[in-house]
Ligand binder design. Structure first.
Ligand code: ATP
Ligand code: MG
Length: 496
């Protein structure tokens, strides 16, 4: 088979880490190659180099047998390489069609031939078997559809090598299945793809070969056949990973959160439930069925109707007050709500608690010593890599950013934790760690409301499972009775 892309000895150093250390790999036409590795292993860095977003310090590349030295993504596009990023890069107020043509004709936005573009886009979608509404503004589209737009954009530019950096982190299982069908069809037509994911089950499903990276180096490449989840996890992390969570039965105490007829526009129509101290209540459901509204209403971030009581008292309608009472919140979108990217870890570690002791010191000034000690504890106990408290959040890999948020919310010793997608984008080793931290906090009496699109996560952690559909709770299932099939039916709105 011919090689689509060859990387030889790619090396990239950042101030604190050697992100890529002499990485060599081959990608063949007709295959999906998965790239896996722990958070911070260097996957996104390598792909940004291939896509011309940053130069390597050393190393060489070839595309289709020709030397390839991109100076910008324009060069990558010209060489037939497309990339779907870990975080979307679409221009939200523009329509899909505008996003497709944007940037393609430098300096001539007035001369865009939108009719020709529409014909070309339609022909592509027909060939690939998926549709997106070309005249809709991107901001009005669900994430799964936005992602199809990203892919369509790459293909519109005639990408024959497609790089997907954690494309499924925000997709529903159904959307992920669609994506995989597309990818298989795409490579069957003679193209090639690199697929990055922390969901090892998906990796084994969609890829032909798997390259594992650890600490910036290639550990090995294995064929899909004969490779197991456990073996892959071990290669990634360098030790055995416990993929199941060990936990004793919950011993719930007093009612911490009491919700009655809670509704919040646009999608939360009225839910009632309780969460007690020492239990994890999971909320399962296809994303977009009111979970976001539920979480934001409880965190004091969204106006709502209905009754919410925290330890018997009405919850104040202010995020700051809710927080001060002892409610922690892991937001589903860490970039929008969880972190200030230009702040250091030290600052991010007290975000929302800056008015509180011990951080608010003499005369109301922030106490630097207390902040530093706290941030140090966070990076050490939550294994944030690199272990810096001074680095800005922007400079951490996606999964390590998530660990900073989770660590901050747990370390403040809350009574209630509202956790939305707590392990999104996090590697298997870190998932094991976060899951254990959640169970330990539960055993110490924390009440946890866990909202996750990941059924495995819900099944692994929950003491009780609520299923949401169209803005309501349509069922409650005990974990021992919760099969994927049973939950799946409820999630689709089929009630017994
Ligand atoms: N602009 C930067 N400045 C400093 N360090 C950086 C920068 N970009 C990345 N790094 C560091 O390089 C290392 C590799 O990061 P990278 O984003 O490639 O990891 P990753 O494998 O994609 O991880 P994840 O699975 O969490 O997305 C990390 O330690 C990260 O902190
Ligand atoms: Mg990454």
């Amino acid at each position: 088979m011919e090689k689509a892309l060859v990387l030889k000895d790619i090396t990239k150093r950042f101030p604190l880490v050697l992100a890529n250390d002499r990485i060599s790999l081959d990608l063949y036409w007709g295959e999906v190659l998965a790239l896996v590795g722990e958070n911070g292993a260097g996957k996104s860095t390598l792909m940004k180099i291939v896509y011309g977003l940053q130069p390597p310090d050393r190393g060489e590349m070839w595309v289709d047998g020709r030397p390839y030295r991109p100076k910008s993504p324009m060069d990558a596009i010209r060489a037939g390489i497309g990339m779907v990023h870990q975080h979307f890069m679409l221009v939200e107020p523009f329509t899909v069609l505008e996003n497709l043509v944007l940037g393609l004709e430098p300096g001539s936005p007035l001369h865009l031939d939108l009719d020709a573009a529409r014909r070309k886009a339609q022909a592509l979608m027909d060939r690939l078997g998926f549709q997106v509404p070309l005249d809709e503004r991107v901001e009005n589209l669900p994430v799964g559809v936005q992602q199809r737009v990203e892919i369509l954009k790459a293909l519109y530019r005639e990408a024959r090598i497609l790089i997907l950096d954690e494309p499924t982190a925000v997709l529903t299982p159904q959307e992920a299945e669609e994506l995989f069908r597309f990818l298989r069809a795409y490579v069957a037509q003679g193209n090639a793809a690199i697929f990055i994911s922390h969901k090892l089950k998906e990796v084994l499903e969609v890829s032909d070969r798997i390259t594992v990276i650890r600490d910036g180096r290639v550990v090995g490449t294995v064929p899909k056949e004969g490779t197991t989840l456990e073996a892959l996890a071990r290669m990634m992390v360098g030790r055995e990973v416990v993929l199941r969570v060990e936990k004793a039965p919950a011993r719930p105490g007093e009612t911490v959160l009491e919700v009655e007829g809670l509704a919040a526009p646009p999608r939360l129509k009225g839910v009632s439930f309780r969460v007690r101290a020492g239990e994890i209540v999971g909320v399962a459901g296809v994303e977009g069925n009111g979970q976001t509204e539920l979480v934001e209403a409880l965190a004091g971030l969204r106006p709502h109707q209905g009754v919410v009581r925290f330890l018997g008292q009405p919850l104040p309608p202010s995020a700051r007050k809710v927080r001060a009472l002892g409610v922690s919140h892991i937001p589903e979108d860490r970039l929008a709500r969880g972190l200030v990217l230009d702040f250091s870890v030290k600052e991010n570690a007290i975000l929302g608690d800056q008015q509180e002791r011990p951080f608010r010191g003499f005369l109301g000034f922030l106490d630097d010593g207390a902040m530093e000690a706290h941030a140090r504890r966070l990076v050490e106990s939550f294994d944030v890599r690199p272990r810096s408290t001074a680095l800005s959040a922007r400079r951490f890999s996606g999964g390590n950013q998530q660990k900073i948020v989770v660590g901050r919310e747990l370390l403040r010793g809350p009574k209630l934790l509202i956790a939305a997608q707590p392990t999104r984008g996090v590697d298997v080793g870190a998932i094991e760690f976060i899951h254990r931290a959640l169970v330990e906090a539960r055993d110490r009496g924390l009440a946890v409301l866990l909202v996750s699109a990941d059924l495995n996560e819900i099944l692994a952690l929950s003491d009780r499972i609520l299923v949401m559909y169209e803005g309501r709770v349509v069922g409650e299932v005990a974990p021992e009775e919760a099969t994927e099939a049973r939950l799946g039916l409820l999630m689709a709105g089929v009630t017994p």
